[in-house]
Design a binder for this molecule. Structure first.
Ligand code: ADP
Length: 718
């Protein structure tokens, strides 16, 4: 029947050519490239009826078959010289990846009278081979397959064996290829090879044709599938697809797909093609997976690119990267070590820091901008009774500084520690009060310094404080001692002045006695009362004068408790001059006073200033008594020195002070006098500095000695 058909076709074609009617000239040419695996004649015979079927079914199109060898497929598809392609599933998958062809239908094959759109592979051995019963047993035996490119006749079986861990190249005694299926079957039956693999349907149809007896064959890894009733050893894969090339229009592809799907199994095209019709295109992913797993084209490149290739291609980059990694690693190691060393140094420094802080006897603590304590040293803990754990994080003012000495609350905003970081200015507070944990208080002096971060921003302050209880006590003792000493010195001065004072008192007393006698006489003579009254008044004046002197004397020798009072220095000078009046008279020293009339008052200890003035005046008299009588001049002046101080000067034109004496002038017990104590100037200096003034000496001209002292004056409101 087939030969007859070809002849008819041939005659019709000749007729068309003779009559000049060329179908191709009337209709659009559509070419179907078909894998010509059994020769071009066979391909044309099998598939031309299918092309004709499509020409018939699709109006205006003339389909023709272009047989393509294995080698021709890739270039022809690339060149786009065919519009559709009908090749086996393996080649289709490669073309799909390389040239973006797409399937539009899958063939329904006819195997042992069954319609199948999937197929698989069969792995088998001779029934006589008792050693091989499973896939694993194939190891060490010889295998024959159809062809290296055969999907069903080689690759499917290969994949199954790979699944159980068999490496076909390594683990088998040999792998050979028979070229055609029948050859493989015969080689196994004849015992030429141990194992064979062919596509499904081959064994069944050879048995149907009586070429083999299936009882001679043992199937390995036999699969049972309800929908696939013929002998099978592997997974199933889709049959040949009919596919369109990228340039072929979707519309034409659709029309072809519909025509193919509508083809009846009885259609001559199916009959000639030995197939049962067409079905919707199947999923070809299993074929992709198989090729990938076996690293076959188009997935062979991936595997072939070995590590060696990577090295040879990217040698320089790898070298640079390697070097970089080495350098970076070395640097990282170096930095890591440096970091560790820094950490250690930091730790050590912190330890030193703590040690230093803890070895200081003064209390030290840090304060943040909220006024909370940030750290404390040991001395702070010991002095206050608070531990670091208790106090860190708490408000330092509320803990240490909340109440004043008089019991009134100390407002936080007036706290010098707050002011330090608010105004960013260091402070020193000489006299303040801190509170211990046990509720007792102690006097302190402290400094508060702002602390800045690395950007110069103030972040708090550090307070260094000292308990000044002992300092206060010793100051008090020193004051007491000085007071005692001053008293002794006053007594000594009075001792020295006794004869002069006695003379000074003698005068008014003698005058009183004389006047009293005169009054008596006048009364006896019966003189007028007014005359007697006059004399009595004189007596009164003399008595008061004597009384004044005694009053001053008493005051001067009294052991006075330190007591401040407002003093008019001019008046005080007059009083002192009264005490030395006899001495002045005796030595013939002339006193001049230049006193500032508007002199402000000072707040001072009267007796102490008396003592200073008396010392200076008596020293001057002593020095003046050593020079000619005409030269003996003493000048006392008072004046306002500046906005805060007044100045008192005692100037004499005496012997002057030698350089040697001037070096030890204020040293206690240094005297040039036979009966001197050498205490006068050192006591005076102590007294004046206790009054926040200054005692100084200068020589204005040879023999002109000026002792001066300043005192802060009161502005009235104090
Ligand atoms: P004393 O008067 O007991 O010696 P002072 O301390 O008052 O003790 O004086 C110490 C010494 O200073 C005196 O011995 C004297 O040598 C010297 N001196 C003090 N005042 C004068 C003065 N105005 N002129 C010369 N020398 C003076």
């Amino acid at each position: 029947m087939s030969d007859f058909y070809i002849h008819v076709r041939f005659l019709v074609s000749v007729l068309f050519i003779v009559l000049g009617i060329n179908g191709a000239a009337l209709a659009e040419q559509v070419k179907i490239g078909v894998l010509s695996h059994r020769g071009d004649a066979s391909t044309m015979r099998h598939w031309t009826p299918t092309a004709e079927y499509l020409t018939r079914e699709i109006e205006g199109m003339d389909f023709s078959i272009v047989p393509l060898d294995f080698d021709e497929i890739d270039p022809e598809v690339e060149a786009g010289s065919v519009d559709f392609l009908l090749v086996n599933s393996g080649i289709y998958v490669v073309m799909e990846v390389k040239h973006r062809i797409s399937r539009i239908a899958t063939i329904n094959n006819l195997v042992s009278e069954q319609s199948q759109n999937v197929f698989g592979g069969v792995i088998f051995t001779s029934v006589n081979n008792t050693h091989i019963n499973s896939l694993e047993d194939v190891v060490g035996h010889s295998l024959m397959a159809v062809d290296q490119t055969s999907l069903g006749g080689y690759q499917m079986g290969w994949r199954e064996m790979k699944k159980v861990g068999i490496d076909l190249q390594q683990d088998l005694a040999s792998v050979s290829f028979g070229g055609i299926h029948d050859e493989v079957v015969n080689a196994v039956i004849s015992g030429k090879v141990d194992v064979g693999t062919v596509r499904t349907g081959i064994l069944d149809s050879m048995a149907d044709e009586g070429l083999i007896d299936l009882t001679q064959i043992k199937i390995i890894n036999q699969q049972h599938n309800e929908n696939f009733q013929i002998i099978l050893s592997t997974s199933l894969y889709p049959e040949w697809p009919f596919s369109k090339l990228q340039h072929t229009s979707e519309e034409l592809a659709q029309r072809v797909a519909i025509a193919l799907l509508q083809m009846s199994q009885l259609d001559p095209a199916a009959q000639w093609g030995d197939y049962a019709g067409w079905t919707v295109p199947l999923e070809y992913q299993p074929v992709h997976d198989l090729l990938k797993e076996l690293s076959l084209a188009p997935y062979d490149q991936i595997k072939r690119f070995t590590l060696k290739d990577v090295f040879s291609r990217y040698y320089f980059s790898i070298l640079i990267i390697g070097l970089l990694i080495v350098v970076l690693s070395a640097m990282t190691l170096f930095i890591y070590r440096l970091h560790r060393k820094l950490e250690e140094s930091k730790h050590l420094l912190e330890q030193h820091h703590v040690q230093i802080l803890d070895s200081v006897a003064d209390g030290i603590y840090g304060v943040d901008l909220l006024g909370n304590s940030t750290f404390v040293n040991k001395a702070m803990e010991e002095i206050t009774g608070w531990t670091g754990e208790e106090i860190i994080g708490l408000n330092q003012h509320e803990i240490l500084h909340h109440t004043r000495e008089d019991g009134s609350p100390n407002p936080p905003l007036e706290c010098p520690v707050y002011k330090t970081f608010h105004e960013n200015k260091a402070r020193f507070v000489e006299d303040d009060l801190f509170w211990r944990k046990d509720g007792t208080s102690f006097p302190v002096e402290y400094s508060s310094n702002p602390v800045q971060d690395e950007n110069g921003k103030t972040v708090g302050s550090v307070v260094v404080f000292r308990d000044i209880s002992n300092k206060r006590k010793s100051e008090e003792a020193a004051r007491q001692y000085q007071s005692e000493l001053a008293h002794v010195a006053r007594l000594s001065t009075m001792g020295e002045m006794a004869s002069g004072l006695a003379h000074e008192l003698n005068q008014p007393l003698t005058a009183i006695a004389t006047n009293a006698d005169a009054s008596v006489r006048l009364l006896e003579q019966g003189s007028s009362i007014s005359r007697v009254v006059e004399i009595l008044e004189k007596i009164g004046i003399q008595a008061r004068h004597a009384g004044e002197i005694i009053k001053h004397l008493r005051k001067f020798v009294r052991k006075e408790e330190p007591e401040l009072s407002r003093i008019n220095i001019n008046k005080l000078i007059d009083e002192v001059l009264l005490l030395v009046k006899a001495e002045l008279a005796r030595t013939g020293v002339k006193v001049t006073t230049e006193l500032e009339t508007e002199l402000p008052e000072v707040i001072a200890q009267h007796i102490h200033i008396d003592q200073v003035l008396l010392n200076l005046i008596r020293n001057a008299i002593d020095s003046l008594s050593l020079v000619d009588k005409q030269q003996r001049k003493l000048t006392i002046t008072t004046a306002v020195l500046d906005k805060e101080h007044l100045i008192i000067r005692v100037m004499d034109s005496g012997l002057g002070i030698s350089e040697e004496v001037s070096r030890t002038l204020f040293t206690p017990f240094k005297t040039t006098k036979e009966h001197g104590m050498g205490l006068g100037l050192s006591l005076s200096q102590g007294i004046i500095s206790a009054h926040k003034g200054e005692l100084a000496v200068e020589t204005t001209a040879p023999g002109n000695t000026v002792f001066s002292f300043t005192l802060p004056y009161s502005r009235g409101e104090d």
